[in-house]
Design a binder for this molecule. Structure first.
Ligand code: FES
Length: 116
């Protein structure tokens, strides 16, 4: 392993995340929301809306987006970017699914914690 390779943390079985739902991972750097789409893709974003900090894990998952519960901004799960006309970005974390198990790369979260 080289220093540039991501460190993958096993989080849970894919089925532990409800389809079109979320699961929250508590982390020292802040909560991370895992979203499962109808087609069983899994995405991870900081559980904080780029608008005014609403909990994205409380939002509605549709397609590859989540609608924030506070003011209905739509956030693209693949990028963390707010959909136009809104502007902003929730921190995104790489996710890997292997044999039905979800792994998360927390390198950025660890760096954020170390920098805090
Ligand atoms: S806090 Fe999410 S849309 Fe306002």
């Amino acid at each position: 392993m080289t220093l540039s390779e991501p460190i993958w943390l096993h989080v849970c079985d894919v089925d532990a995340i409800p389809r079109l739902g979320t699961r929250v991972l508590r982390h020292a750097s802040g909560d991370i929301a895992l979203f499962r789409t109808e087609s069983d893709n899994v995405f991870a974003l900081r559980d904080q809306c780029p608008h005014k900090g609403g909990a994205l894990s409380q939002g509605i998952v549709h397609g590859e987006k989540v609608t924030c519960p506070l003011h209905a901004w739509n956030i693209d799960l693949t990028t963390g970017e707010a959909c136009a006309p809104d502007v902003g970005c929730a921190q995104r974390f790489p996710v890997r699914i292997d044999a039905g198990e979800v792994y998360l790369s927390l390198d950025e979260a660890v760096q954020a914690t170390a920098a805090a």
